[in-house]
Design a protein around this ligand. Structure first.
Ligand code: SGN
Ligand code: CA
Length: 529
């Protein structure tokens, strides 16, 4: 026995080393969706909580940390993803609006994670216009991705995969976890869904979900934007006028509705239905047909039609969310089953928030709360305390540095965010008092004027600079942002002046020298009535 002692000691030491190594360099499973607003997650305690849309995401929050004040820097798909890749604001990473091409030769966090010995994989929606770089494995949806039988691109080329997009992406992620990776290395897997993006097409199994439920209407569904800057009145994203009954809601063309009206990308308007197999299409039509017949028999108008559209839209949106929620459940069940759960950080997030009828809208882009906010829930076994809510002002700008610190990799000086690791550990740290926002796509889909802005814990200032208009909100008193107090009496001048100062400082800190001078009156007249 004595002679065996050194052997046991060595074995024990080895075990400790392995355990430390796994804990030191945990795997990261990053489940990311498209346009999933925090208020459409039960754990965020929003309006839709009553229909229990996200039991699996809620469970993640119960086990980990939920970031209550998590924001994007530029509320649109490609730009948000480029910020995550680089840890730099849009003006520096070069991807300022959808349609730009991401320069994948620049420094990105997956490249640095790889250097640090991580295996990296990217599966699902990428939408950056150039092929992913920095990944050991990638398999990405072509462009926006199709809901049914999507095309995917990998190093082997483009192919079609039969099935519902969220399930296809989940299965590919599972395949990679099971047999695609090198089990000796820690991994970073980005599993990125298309849902719940427009045109909100649910899986066949969810087509009847919420059939007998009335989705609660947002307080601002009938907003009239009366004291907003002009852009909020002239945008093209209202449930009333722009959400197309046929193209977006799969309803009948009542009241002479033009099936192409407001359809921004594909003028044929039906590409997603066109990718279905005849059986899938039959199931689809069987689900919507009877409901559509009712509306055709008694066509609605005015506010009643807005309410009908909202119900159809919100139900489809939440049905898509259900698919994403199930995906998270499937992936985390696999981690449990494979004994990986204790060594894997699981993160749920989405590229930005969204309007689900809030302010009378769909889509995103604005710096108003519903689209500025991103969900962020992190379960880090042994590190995050179960069921905690963090209130610091955090951004997608912080993700890259967070991933690098988790991996024990050096963080380059030119990244502009801050690692969230101390917050995840529950440490008390000095933190930023304000976030900086910028949006660049104008004129463009949905017609949201360019703006920059600053948000603190309780106030927001927005500058629609091409038209030199401002908005200011007292978020503590007016969380729905119904009262733009810019230029109004009531003693806000001091706060506004301070916020203008803070905005200028942030622009300097982030090296943003975008020209903010108003455009010539002639140009403005084209857009502003
Ligand atoms: C498409 C959508 C728009 C949406 C943009 C950007 N139209 O053009 O409604 O704002 O994408 O979305 S659709 O009819 O094609 O769905 S993003 O997620 O890529 O930023
Ligand atoms: Ca998006």
């Amino acid at each position: 026995m004595r002679r065996l002692l050194p052997f046991f000691c060595l074995l024990a030491a080895l075990c400790v080393a392995t355990v430390t190594r796994a804990a030191d360099r945990p795997n990261i499973l990053f489940v990311f969706s498209d346009d999933h607003a925090p208020h459409a997650i039960g754990a965020y305690d929003g309006l839709f909580k009553s229909v229990n849309p996200t039991p699996n995401i809620d469970k993640l929050a119960e086990q980990g940390m939920l970031f209550q004040n998590s924001f994007c820097t530029n509320s649109i798909c490609g730009p948000s993803r480029a910020v995550i890749q680089t840890g730099k604001h849009s003006h520096l990473n070069g991807f300022m609006r959808n349609g730009n091409k991401f320069d994948g030769d620049q420094q990105t966090f997956p490249k640095l994670l790889r250097k640090a010995g991580y295996q990296t994989a990217m599966i699902g929606k990428w939408h950056l216009g150039t092929d992913p770089q920095g990944f050991d494995y990638w398999d990405v949806l072509v462009g926006q991705g199709e809901y049914y039988n999507p095309r995917l691109k990998s190093t082997k080329g483009v192919r079609g995969v039969e099935g519902y997009c969220t399930d296809v992406v989940t299965d590919l992620a599972l395949d990679w976890l099971k047999s695609g990776r090198d089990a000796d290395k820690p991994f970073m897997l980005m599993c990125q869904h298309k849902a719940p993006h427009r045109t909100w097409m649910p899986a066949a199994r969810h087509l009847h979900l919420y059939d007998d439920v009335e989705i609660p209407e947002p307080e601002t569904l009938f907003d009239d934007w009366k004291d907003n800057a002009f852009g909020a009145r002239e945008q093209e994203m209202t449930v009333r006028e722009h959400l197309n009954i046929v193209y977006d809601l799969f309803g009948p063309p009542i009241n002479g509705w033009d099936p192409d009206a407001g359809v921004s990308v594909d003028k044929s308007g039906f590409r997603n239905l066109k990718t279905m197999t005849p059986e899938q299409l039959k199931t689809w039509n069987d689900a919507y047909g009877p409901k559509n017949a009712e509306l055709e028999k008694a066509p609605l108008k005015g506010d009643a039609l807005v309410r009908w559209k909202f119900q159809r839209y919100a139900k489809n949106y939440l049905r898509c969310v259900k698919g994403v929620d199930e995906s998270l459940g499937t992936l985390t069940a696999y981690l449990d089953e494979a004994g990986l759960a204790d060594d894997t950080i699981v993160i749920y997030s989405s590229d930005q928030g969204f309007y689900v009828g809030d302010h009378g809208w769909y889509d995103k882009r604005w710096m108003y709360e519903e689209s500025l906010k991103m969900p962020l829930i992190v379960k880090w076994p042994g590190v995050t305390q179960a069921g905690t809510v963090d209130e610091h002002l955090v951004q997608n700008l912080d993700y890259a540095e967070t991933f690098l610190e988790i991996a024990g990799a050096p963080v380059p000086d030119d990244m502009q965010g801050r690692s969230l690791v101390p917050l995840l550990k529950g440490e008390k740290v000095e933190w930023r008092d304000a976030i900086y926002y910028q949006y660049f796509e104008y004129p463009g889909y949905h017609m949201v004027p360019k703006h920059v802005g600053v948000r603190t814990a309780d106030a927001k200032l927005m500058h629609f600079y091409e038209f030199d208009e401002w908005e200011f909100y007292d978020l503590a008193k007016d969380p729905e942002e119904e009262h733009n107090l810019y230029g109004k009496k009531g003693g806000h001048q001091k706060t506004i002046a301070a916020l203008k100062g803070r905005l200028a400082e942030l622009r300097e800190q982030y090296a943003d020298d975008t020209d903010l001078r108003p455009r010539p009156a002639e140009w403005q007249k084209k857009y502003r009535p």
